[in-house]
Design a protein around this ligand. Structure first.
Ligand code: URA
Length: 242
């Protein structure tokens, strides 16, 4: 994000409250820039990447500016949705972040029962670049299977002619790497509904556990615990498309 924006608009869009509430915060001296109180809510603030370090609200550094991207370690049992019943991935973020405009959205989805690397962003262009079928950004999964692999799955998935039930277009080639009799890595470049589970169903198996550990060249960090998230930097974003 670049340019300049009114303080009350900036903070209201970041979920800090209504414009009126921001005006009250500013009057109280609760918003500072470079250590000096910003008492006028209509003051125009120049947006710069270092603003979150320079601006404090109630003594705490400003949240990430619009144009943010997060990586999350999605736990099993949490849903990628804004409005379904039960625990939602957005509930793992600070409550204020759910009031942001533009809103944070997941980049594609993982099933409720799938764990692993999930990206979220409020940047529509970035989101579309990652999920666009033209870009072929690879997604890597580790699947734990109910039955031992037969041995022919790698060739079937690699062929590029596997048709999933109810679909009209065959799947693009996918790379299978057995890790044991009942555990395999699978790398796909599409994002069809329940794709990995349906691929194993198509070869007579059943996925009992599914975990995504890589998107493009970006690995789920080993020290990112389930339920935790991290703000992505330039290098993380570059790794997705590497
Ligand atoms: N494929 C699936 O079946 N489920 C996921 O969550 C992701 C890919």
């Amino acid at each position: 994000m670049s340019g300049a924006v009114r303080l009350d608009k900036l903070l209201a869009n970041m979920g800090y409250g209504s414009r009126r509430e921001i005006q009250a915060l500013a009057r109280l001296g609760a918003v500072t820039l470079d250590g000096k109180p910003l008492s006028k809510a209509d003051e125009r603030i120049k947006l710069s990447p270092d603003l979150p370090e320079r601006m404090l609200v109630d003594g705490r550094p400003l949240d990430p500016l619009p144009g943010v991207a997060l990586m999350m370690h999605k736990p099993v049992g949490v849903t990628c949705s804004h409005k379904e019943a039960g625990e939602l991935v957005y509930g793992l973020l600070p409550s204020r972040w759910r009031m942001r405009d533009p809103a944070l959205s997941t980049v594609g989805r993982l099933d409720k029962e799938t764990s692993g690397l999930l990206l979220l962003t409020d940047d529509g262009d970035l989101l579309h670049r990652i999920i666009s079928p033209k870009r072929h950004v690879a997604k890597r999964y580790v699947a734990t299977l109910a039955r031992p692999l037969r041995g022919d799955e790698r060739a079937i998935f690699a062929a590029g002619d596997l048709m999933l039930e109810g679909e009209e277009k065959p799947l693009a080639p996918a790379a299978l790497e057995p890790l044991s009799d009942t555990v395999a890595r699978l790398t796909i470049t599409e994002g069809r509904y329940h794709q990995v589970r349906r691929m194993f169903a198509a070869v007579g198996n059943h996925v009992e556990g599914l975990h995504r550990d890589r998107i493009g060249g970006l690995d789920l960090p080993a020290d990112l615990e389930p339920g935790r998230y991290r703000i992505m930097g330039e290098a993380d974003l570059a790794a997705i498309f590497a």
